[in-house]
Ligand binder design. Structure first.
Ligand code: OSB
Ligand code: MG
Length: 375
């Protein structure tokens, strides 16, 4: 094996589109997901494999990126450019992709698969390369929009399992009544809401009324690109605003916190384009005294493993969204179980890198499309 100091050559790549049925359809303010469909990237080099999954949806519902767009970007532009090349570190790959606008979720899948491969070549856990400090990370659940009785049942199940925070999806007409019912039955649980951009300044009375429910934070009440109006709302309410969709870069994070548009940051490695950006956002938030937590996109075990390693960094002090894989899927595409115990998710450590392995037989049965690239 060549010394990694000479860099690591990407000898081949495999890009799949995988479709995993969800046990329970996931409903948020502007979409319903019945299957988790995602691009899975496998990079090969030095007899090793690096894995990552991308978080864009088939259609541009959460943010602008789509799976068809990602396939074009990756298979026409990026993968032909990197297969056969040697990279001294993940930063070189980040730099190579930097001139292209947007496509952060696509860039992230390439950067992350290389981080995994790189750590395997170095024979270290991903957590160590990223600067993680925890053996296990606190996690909560994200509960999609459902009837009030159904929501109460789901909260009870999550409480019994020991999850450390409950996040409820809200939208106009599914907010204050829901919170009243939840607080009646669960007066003391750590509770948050996520609007996925559903509200506007006209909804200020609703957002103000949410102050009565001692929420830990209100996630992304307003539009994706609206740091300005989030700052107006944050001045008007006591509850902290947490930004998700609005933060795509370290500069977005600096501007949002400097303008007091929120006090908590959700980091999703896919949304921000990879670990370099995630770490920068983590550090900037820490400098502003703003805690961060690791968001989720209903990932399979591959994305879930990446999220857990990232969440082991020091400023991830609030519970993240990486709950047990078995809450989402009857069967996952990895061999190792990723199950929380008492609201804690252990950092996976089956071998180096992300610490989980692929169940190739099952993966084959849930793969819709495969493209291969070799030097
Ligand atoms: O806003 O965090 C979000 C799922 C899909 C799109 C957006 C979001 C979510 C979640 C799910 O909240 C979190 C998870 O359980 O992975
Ligand atoms: Mg969110």
């Amino acid at each position: 094996m060549a010394s990694v100091f000479e860099g690591l050559r990407i000898e081949a790549a495999e890009l799949r589109v995988v479709s995993l049925p969800l046990i329970t359809p996931f409903v948020v303010s502007n979409q319903t997901m019945t299957d988790k469909v995602f691009p899975l990237l496998i990079l090969r080099g030095e007899g090793l494999e690096g894995y990552a999954e991308a978080v864009m949806d088939p259609f541009p519902d959460y943010l602008e990126e789509t799976i068809p767009g990602a396939l074009a970007f990756l298979s026409k532009l990026i993968l032909p450019q990197i297969v056969g090349q040697r990279f001294a570190s993940p930063a070189d790959l980040t730099q190579l992709m930097a001139p292209w606008r947007g496509h952060r979720m696509s860039k992230a899948v390439v950067e992350l698969a290389f981080w995994d491969l790189w750590c395997k070549a170095l024979n270290i856990p991903l957590k160590s390369a990223l600067g993680g400090v925890r053996e296990a990370v606190p996690v909560g659940v994200s509960i999609g929009i459902a009837s009030i009785p159904e929501t109460l049942d789901r909260i009870a199940v999550a409480q019994d399992a020991g999850y450390k925070r409950t996040k409820l999806k809200v939208k106009q007409g599914h907010d204050l009544k829901l919170l009243e019912a939840v607080r009646r039955d669960f007066p003391d649980i750590k509770l948050t809401v996520d609007a996925n951009t559903a509200y506007g300044l006209v909804d200020l009375p609703i957002l103000r009324a949410m102050d009565d429910f001692h929420l830990d934070y209100i996630e992304q009440p307003l539009a994706v690109d609206d740091i300005h109006d989030h700052a107006i709302v944050q001045r008007e309410i006591k509850t902290a605003i947490c930004l998700d969709e609005s933060i795509r870069t370290a500069a977005d994070c600096r501007k949002a916190l400097a303008n007091e548009a929120g006090r908590v940051i959700n980091i999703k490695v896919g949304r921000v384009g990879g670990y370099a950006a995630s770490r920068a956002i983590h550090d900037i938030s820490e400098a502003f005294g703003a805690p961060v937590w690791c968001g989720g996109m209903l990932e399979s075990g591959i994305g879930r493993a990446h999220n857990i390693h990232l969440a082991s960094l020091p400023n991830f002090t609030k519970p993240g969204d990486t709950s047990s894989s078995s809450r989402y899927f009857k069967r996952d595409i990895i061999n190792e179980p990723l199950e929380a115990s008492d609201g804690m998710m252990a950092v996976p450590q089956h071998g180096a890198g992300i610490g989980v392995s692929i169940d190739w037989d099952y993966l084959e049965t849930v793969t819709d499309l495969t493209e291969r690239f070799s030097a």
